[in-house]
Design a protein around this ligand. Structure first.
Ligand SMILES: [Zn+2]
Length: 326
């Protein structure tokens, strides 16, 4: 019996010390990509795809927003700028939710619907989008961008800013005033020449006259072709431009539209557009992609490619703001 005692003791050591240590270490390896810290803020997210509320640590949620809002192949500094914008937006929404709950999701701070709050995707969606190999590489890249900017937010005069962003400004960003009618000092128009190099800089959409009539409640198809062909034809006519040269209001048939409404109704990528009429079809050619206010994501990537860091990017697109730790 005594000669087995050593073996028994060794087995006991493995069972009591070594195995639990390995399990704990293993658990750490398979834990969520962004380290959860005890003091971390939690975000109540309404997952609009599943129709349920998830409660996530702030930084883990921010990583899901960066994955949902910006192509993961973008430069690390652009991803960091996106992470700061996403975090600032989230904290602002959390602040608002404490005062008054959101009508669309009264029990959550934010939702994953990009048309309402900001896009957010879970990790498995990243794997579906890119495949296992690329997804794990991108996950690491996103996690590093989030970690490198942990707790950093943008403020203006001590308040969290409204950090809106868009895909591609077309060469110059737009002021909030021109698009939404309210002036914010850090959402003024700034040059964004990097956007001209971006793919999908110019986008076309073609509709038949009958489709336009139906979508806009006008009657273009009843008009002679000459009425539609500029410069003599006045059936479609820009009434007002914004200071950066985007269309503000436009007359179509007998109705005047805000260009922002027309963009939504006709699926145009921006309000900086021209058009051409061919037979009974109209093709709209838009420059840039998005409302054009705040940070241009392709511009951010262009700046990063030139060696600028995420702070340069944020200070450029949101002039006058401060980067602060929460
Ligand atoms: Zn929402």
């Amino acid at each position: 019996m005594r000669r087995y005692l050593g073996l028994w003791l060794a087995a006991l050591l493995v069972a009591v010390v070594v195995l639990p240590a390995l399990i704990v270490k293993g658990a750490r390896i398979w834990r969520s990509p962004v380290e959860v810290r005890t003091e971390e803020r939690m975000v109540r997210l309404y997952d609009h795809v599943r129709g349920e509320i998830r409660v996530l640590p702030l930084e883990e949620y921010v990583a899901g927003v960066v994955a949902g809002e910006m192509p993961a192949e973008f430069e690390p500094e652009a991803l960091k700028a996106q992470a700061v914008a996403a975090r600032t937006y989230t904290l602002k929404k959390m602040e608002e939710a404490r005062e008054k709950s959101d009508e669309k999701h009264p029990n959550a701070d934010v939702c994953s619907d990009p048309t309402h709050c900001q896009a957010w995707i879970p990790q498995d969606a990243l794997r579906q989008r890119y495949g296992w190999w690329r997804a794990s590489r991108y996950q690491k890249k996103i996690r590093e961008a989030v970690e490198a900017t942990r707790n950093l937010v943008l403020t203006y005069q001590g308040q969290l800013i409204v950090p809106v962003y868009h895909s591609n400004s077309g060469g110059r960003t737009e002021s909030a005033e021109a698009v939404w009618g309210y002036d914010l000092p850090y959402l003024r128009s700034v040059p964004s020449p990097w956007d001209r190099e971006a793919p999908r800089f110019r986008n076309t959409v073609t509709w038949s006259l009958a489709e336009i009539d139906q979508k806009l409640g006008v009657n273009l198809s009843a008009l002679p072709a000459a009425a539609l062909t500029p410069p003599k034809g006045q059936a479609i006519k820009v009434e007002e431009y914004t200071p950066t040269g985007r269309i503000k209001t436009i007359k179509i048939g007998d109705k005047t539209f805000k260009a922002t409404d027309l963009r939504r109704l006709l699926n145009l990528t921006s309000t900086d557009f021209t058009w051409r009429v061919e037979g009974d079809r109209i093709t709209f050619i838009s420059v840039g992609n998005g409302h054009g206010v705040g940070m241009s994501q392709y511009g951010a990537n262009g700046m990063a490619k030139e060696g600028r860091n995420f702070m340069d990017i944020l200070y450029h697109y949101y002039p006058g703001v401060k980067l602060e730790k929460i």
